[in-house]
Design a protein. Structure first.
Lengths: 436, 293
């Protein structure tokens, strides 16, 4: 009885296989964390790639927030079922880099597929960030972003502020925010997404101040945090003071504050350039400015560090699948795909050709401010303080920092206490993660 | 009890097999994995593994954040169990008094139980969102500075409310059954003796509901301890600071966000011990004390 059943299943299975087209496409799975306007970009790119050739089919799968996607990928790897491509956010880079053997360097994937990988065609700062110290590119920079300043022009006008001259320094931001609140133009002056990324990691690079020892962890894993230096303390004390009467409004640990800005509650907003798609979609009368810098920092502004995410390839897949991955990356590098990605989502183009193409097309003249995230990242040769931040457990360190900020913004501790605690707890966590 | 006679030696085992398989695969195997993991130190991808004995337990128990989450869990569970049981009892007693449409009321009362924890959390999050929440607005009108994003006690209040709301239905159901099991003659006799409503409740109804209440107390505590992850994850994510990080949430956070698998596994083993103790307690007392009519 049982044997007959199995036989029947086998025949049925054969019949199903037999009906498939002779040229079965190799599926390449791509786990990502893109929502809203950026998710539409992912779907369009996948659809266009699938239509552009016969052999491979890219299957994008939304896996939740950035941390959730990373965890899903790790869990899948442990279960022996990892996707082919996974999008990992900038802070997860250290985690992925320490997972030698679990991932296959993108440079290897491309050369094995017989493609010439010419680094000089890519934006230098971004590629360097996602490369091993020896220069091997480990992951493909899919969406690179840089934090910028957005402002609501209607609120600015109501408050009597100049819409053609957005605040350039943090002190100017605080003043403008107070004016917005005092004039009643909006219930709150300023809000920000990602305090850790914008107000610590980028704040440090942009003001040419170290975030951690060992070149922010790029020169060695056993780095120690230095975020309780006076420059940081003064900055966060200003934020904490503004939070008392609601001039600064806290939205949450990641990008929740975007809703506050979109609802017209606050007039000024710092957020990733990748958040642009949703702001454009909302139809708001917005303006863009450079990320503000601190006037107390000599040499500021320096340059911002790449944020966003890159695509990692898991190891242990078949040669055919890697070919598909390589084809897809080659497609992603195409000038027209990069220009589309850049202009639609606000993420940076990763190739120089796409940047030039966008420049030539007059896009930046028509859309003032859209070049800002690129110029602020590439404007100056990076220093030891501004090449990037890489800690083996940066997601955890960010969590610790967020917890201390929340206690500070609730008025339970001063900025000095918050940052001292963050340094102490963060350093302990780094030591533990390294096994010391 | 009659001893069932099976003609075949294998048959009883075969009949039990599906249940045994489920227990093995979904309970014993993961529990064993957790035990094993709690003695290891491993990188997130499982590429390097090292046996460390009880070091993970030592570190977890010495961690001030762990002691904090024990406190948070105690406050959260006691508040949730008390509020959900008190309100359910009140509603059950009131529902008894209704003459018309009793079944309709009861059915409506049971609905929230069918709502998934994460959705219940989102619901309360929307109602009490400081920016656009419909219920946050009147709070602000009353002069309350409502900001659960930064105010720990307010965040705790919000998750307690969401968790209690979801559990009221379940408690209501048991209290209604408990109330129906109380002989009407007792209450009528008391009424004839001149006992008024609240006195009848205090001296007759409430003591006779004790077994039900005790059973619900254990169930609600277990619920608050283990089934509220979805609510906390959706509403506060453990924040602000660590104000709403319960033991279960910390297991998740350390294991899946911070990727410290050994610590996370050690914590889940400690939780496992707590569950076993609670279950033992329930069996010892409830099996002895409860008399169903």
């Amino acid at each position: 009885m049982k044997r007959r059943f199995m036989l029947a299943t086998a025949i049925l299975g054969l019949a199903v296989v037999g009906t498939l087209p002779a040229f079965a496409k190799t599926q390449v799975t791509w786990w990502h964390a893109m929502t809203g306007a950026n998710n539409e970009v992912v779907d369009k790119i996948a659809k266009d790639f699938n239509a552009s050739q016969q052999d491979y089919e890219i299957v994008p799968v939304f896996k939740g927030t950035y941390p959730e996607t990373l965890n899903a990928g790790i869990a899948a790897f442990r279960a022996g079922q990892p996707p082919d491509i996974m999008q990992v956010f900038d802070v997860g880079t250290g985690v992925m880099m320490s997972a030698e053997g679990a991932v296959k360097p993108v440079a290897e994937v491309l050369t094995e597929a017989g493609m010439i990988f010419d680094k000089s065609q890519y934006l230098p700062g971004i590629v360097a960030y996602y490369s091993r110290p020896d220069g091997t590119m480990l992951s493909f920079p899919y969406n690179s972003s840089s934090p910028i300043l957005y402002f609501n022009k209607d609120i600015f006008q109501k408050a009597g502020l100049d819409i053609n001259n957005p605040p350039k320094t943090w002190n100017e931001v605080w003043d403008a925010a107070r004016k917005i609140k005092a004039s009643g133009a909006a219930p709150c002056g300023y809000t920000s997404t990602w305090l850790t990324w914008i107000h610590l990691e980028n704040f440090a690079a942009w003001n040419n101040t170290p975030y951690a020892t060992k070149e922010n962890g790029l020169a060695g894993q056993d780095a120690e945090l230095q975020i309780n230096a006076p420059l940081f303390v003064n900055h966060f004390q200003a934020l904490a003071d503004l939070a008392k009467d609601g001039t600064f409004k806290y939205g949450g640990r990641t990008s929740e504050a975007k809703q506050i800005f979109l609802a017209g509650e606050c007039g000024i907003f710092t957020e990733s350039s990748g958040g642009l798609g949703d702001i454009v979609k909302s139809g708001m009368n917005y303006g863009i400015g450079q990320l503000p810098y601190d006037t107390d920092a000599p040499g500021a502004p320096q340059n911002t560090i790449p944020g966003g995410a890159s695509l990692w390839v898991f190891g242990g897949k078949s040669a055919d699948q890697y070919k598909g991955v390589a084809q897809f990356f080659a497609y992603l590098s195409k000038t027209e795909v990069q220009t589309f990605l850049h202009q639609k989502s606000g993420y940076l183009p990763v190739t120089l050709a796409a940047y030039d193409e966008t420049k030539k097309s007059g896009f930046y003249e028509k859309n003032p401010g859209r070049e800002t995230p690129i110029t602020q990242m590439l404007g100056k040769e990076p220093t030891a303080n501004s090449r990037g931040v890489r800690l083996v457990n940066l997601p955890q360190v960010r969590d610790i920092e967020n917890e201390e900020f929340e206690k500070m913004l609730a008025g339970e501790q001063t900025a000095q206490q918050a940052l001292d605690n963050a340094v102490k707890r963060g350093n302990d966590a780094i030591k533990q993660a390294l096994g010391n | 009890m009659n001893r069932a006679i099976f003609p075949h030696k294998l048959l009883p085992y075969l009949l039990l097999a599906p249940q045994l398989a489920i227990t093995l695969v979904f309970f014993y195997w993961p529990a064993g994995q957790a035990l094993k993991q709690s003695l290891l130190r491993e990188d997130p991808f499982g590429l390097k593994t090292q046996f460390v004995g009880l070091a993970n337990f030592k570190r977890v128990l010495a961690d001030p954040a762990y002691l904090n989450s024990i406190k948070v869990t105690a406050v959260f569970s006691v508040a949730t169990a008390f509020i959900s049981m008190a309100i359910a009892l009140l509603l059950a007693v009131q529902a008894e008094k209704i003459i018309r449409g009793k079944t309709l009321y009861r059915t409506l009362m049971i609905w929230p139980y069918a709502v998934a924890p994460a959705i219940a959390g989102m619901l309360w999050l929307f109602m009490f969102n400081p920016s656009f929440g419909t219920l946050a607005y009147p709070l602000r009108q009353m002069g309350i500075h409502w900001d659960p994003l930064l105010n720990g006690p307010q965040a705790m209040t919000m998750i307690v409310m969401a968790a209690s709301w979801k559990q009221i239905s379940y408690n209501f159901l048991f209290f209604v059954a408990g109330l129906q099991a109380i002989p009407k003659t007792l209450i009528e006799a008391a009424a004839i003796d001149g006992a008024r409503g609240f006195r009848r409740f205090r001296t007759i109804v409430f003591p006779l509901l004790a077994p039900t209440s005790f059973f619900l107390l254990v169930i609600n505590t277990v619920y608050a301890l283990f089934d509220t992850f979805g609510i906390i994850h959706a509403v506060t994510g453990g924040g602000p600071g660590k104000a709403t990080e319960t033991l279960v949430y910390k297991v998740y956070n350390d294991g899946f966000v911070n990727l410290i698998l050994g610590d996370s596994a050690a914590q889940s083993v400690i939780l496992m011990v707590i569950v076993i103790a609670l279950t033992a307690l329930q069996f010892r007392y409830i099996e002895k004390r409860v008399h169903y009519g």
